[in-house]
Design a protein around this ligand. Structure first.
Ligand code: PMP
Length: 446
């Protein structure tokens, strides 16, 4: 089946994107507005429009899109139900620096769906709500240190942009990593309050907290590590971390910016059955519109509620984002989360199809993760369990080549090799994707 359609695929050209990129660099620093958009070959691509599971670039190329805005577009591009609701709201105006009714509806729906959410605050981006989480955790405990894990990403701000993808020669020993600051200009002082541990290693948390528990305000992690290879926590790991945090009075924060409303309606905490004290949501929450949330235990969130901990933002709960999120959550929650069953069915077909092709063609492709968010990498390993494993044992060059051939044949995947599913992907999209993947895997093999 895949071979027949594979023969029909015409490789893409990128002349207009390349020309626009030249022009963009005259006015925009680096020609882009996020450093994470720089990686695409032969240039960062320019797009005209998105529709459902598809993106159309300025050269007229069409893509089945698994980037989905880096995860947010869980209902696909321009989902009619969200677009209509947003259009209807526009005549109301967008920003009041005051309250409106939809905020309450969104907060109620959110708190009903998310296990840890007694109270919630909304903001505009994951990075800023991660900052709010760390601030309120420090205020609640009166302590200084924050524990984070190697390979986990919690936004681009100074205080937590530490050891996200550290070069191995600067990363220190595996069991006690040296905090690594990836950006020029970062305040070194910020990193003094951050300790970095290897993930999926309960002993490392136990040893650290037995020594520094009394100084530790919070422990923050992606409960499913989506920013490195989509790694699930080992059996019992989250439960063990939960127990250790309770024992030492440390605030447990789940960064569910990717997993929230993606791996299950209530996020990873609902899927895996471990409830943190605080959690940060963004991306799928707004189905593409900019909105993020910090939610958690009433007594911690009340520090913000009482005004002791400051949280602000001119664009917080602007009408457009609030309406978009409200309708997105309604869509995702409908019929007991039926949308997830369909996304999972398609994700499973895709994951299995990729594995089957790789086996037949002879590629060392590892397809790992969950059906709504999974990763592809080239490795001899049967499983990747943490950042070091990924950095040491996967072939980055091979992945880059695979992704470029996929792109050339109409399939867009994140530069990390992570694929996101949406409710807009169809069986035909999956079939077209597997046809392109067959070409890509064959080309890599050759
Ligand atoms: N946390 C995680 C887990 C993320 O993946 C991201 C973004 N990729 C962020 C935080 C930061 O979110 P934003 O880009 O909205 O600031």
């Amino acid at each position: 089946m895949a071979t027949v359609s594979a023969a029909k695929i015409k490789p893409h050209l990128y002349d207009v994107s390349c020309a626009l990129y030249e022009e963009a660099q005259q006015y925009l620093a680096g020609g882009v507005n996020s450093n994470f958009r720089m990686g695409t070959q032969p240039a960062p691509l320019f797009f005209d429009r998105g529709d459902g599971a598809h993106l159309f670039d300025v050269d007229g190329n069409r893509y089945v899109d698994y980037v989905l805005g880096m995860g947010p577009n869980i209902l696909g591009h321009a989902p009619p139900v969200i677009t209509a609701a947003v259009e209807a709201s526009l005549a109301q105006g967008v920003l009041y620096a005051g309250q409106h009714r939809a905020e309450i509806d969104l907060a109620r729906t959110f708190c009903e769906m998310v296990p840890c959410a007694d109270l919630v605050r909304f903001g505009s981006s994951g990075s800023e709500m991660d900052q709010a989480a760390l601030r309120v955790a420090r205020a609640y405990t009166g302590r200084r240190l924050v524990v984070k894990f190697e390979g986990h990403y919690h936004g681009w701000f100074d205080t937590i942009l530490v050891s996200t993808q550290p070069p191995l020669d600067k990363a220190g020993p595996a069991d006690a990593p040296t905090p690594f600051l990836p950006s020029a200009g970062q305040s070194a002082a910020a990193a003094q309050d951050v300790a970095v541990l290897p993930w999926n290693d309960l002993g490392a948390v136990e040893r650290f907290l037995s020594k520094y528990g009394a100084e530790t305000a919070a422990l923050i992690m992606e409960p499913i590590l989506c920013n490195t290879c989509v790694v699930r926590p080992h059996h019992g790991y989250l439960e063990g971390v939960r127990q250790l945090c309770d024992q030492h009075g440390v605030v447990l924060i789940f960064d569910e910016v990717i997993t929230g409303f993606r791996v299950a309606p209530g996020g990873a905490q609902a899927l895996l059955g471990v409830t943190p004290d605080l959690a940060v949501y963004a991306k799928a929450l707004g189905a593409g519109y900019p909105i993020a949330a910090l939610a958690g235990k009433r007594e911690i969130m009340q520090l913000i509620g009482r005004g002791d901990v400051l949280h602000g933002g001119s664009y917080n709960t602007n009408v457009v984002s609030t309406i978009a999120a409200l309708h997105a959550l309604e869509e995702l929650d409908r019929d007991d989360g039926a949308a997830y069953l369909e996304m999972e069915r398609q994700g499973n077909v895709l994951m299995e199809g990729l594995r089957r092709l790789a086996k037949r063609i002879g590629n060392k492709l590892l397809v790992q993760g969950l059906p709504t968010a999974f990763n592809t990498c080239f490795t001899d390993r049967r499983e990747i369990v943490d950042y070091r494993d990924y950095a040491q044992h996967t072939d980055a060059e091979c992945l880059r080549f695979f992704l470029k051939v996929l792109q050339d044949h109409g399939v867009r995947v994140t530069s990390r090799g992570t694929w996101f599913l949406s409710t807009a992907h169809t069986d035909q999209d999956i079939e077209d994707t597997l046809a392109a993947a067959e070409i890509a895997l064959q080309t890599v093999r050759e």
